[in-house]
Design a binder for this molecule. Sequence first.
Ligand code: SF4
Ligand code: FES
Length: 247
Amino acid sequence: MNLTLKVWKQKNSATQGSFETYQVKNISSEMSFLEMFDVLNEQLIEEDKDPIAFDHDCREGICGMCSMYIDGRPHGPWSQNTTCQLHMRAYKDGDTIVVEPWRANAFPVLKDLIVDRQAFDRIIQAGGYISVNTGNAQDANNLPIEKAKADEAFASAACIGCGACVAACKNSSAMLFTSAKVTQLSLLPQGEPERKSRVLDMITQMDKEGFGACTNTGACEAVCPKGISISNIARLNKEYIRAGLIV
Ligand code: SF4
Ligand code: FES
């Protein structure tokens, strides 16, 4: 199939960007969205033009790098899916596809479709870890954990830190991401010792990075490629209030 692409080009965060229009030909419906970009970039390099900069690593829905806003939706039209898992069979011959970077002050554009998501790393560094010395790995049965809690912690741990929740939110809120990380640890006994400082420090860092507040629109949950539930945000708020009450 032949497609028209309107792609955001921007030299860096200090310059203004704009849309460039490209034609891509003979794209197979079997290709992934990123492979289609590879074809376009090879074509641009052959024509001695600047290729489109985009982030990617695993290309199998694990690393969370492939941040692209496709036709007004993070990660494109398929639900619970990353850009790298989107395939060209989602489109038909002659389609026009508009591709932009994540747009949020806390995620400045580095180049074209690549944004700097180190703000997420700093939130994790503020408390998204367990620092108690747990010694060698124990036998799993030594530490019984209720099945429902283990399942919930595991579901929250599925967050890949892609930032789609921030990009979709009108407030650029990072509450879904932060709540997933806080929930994952607060539900497990290993996370208990630092439960209070974790939530206070991660929320302080989240605010410092310039992410907005949650107003419960649910846009984050709707676009999350890992189906992280908005109920985690209620848990985050509960953890925050609890931490404030415990002296
Ligand atoms: S909560 Fe979902 S959308 Fe947000 S960073 Fe994690 S995986 Fe990505
Ligand atoms: S490239 Fe790793 S999740 Fe898409």
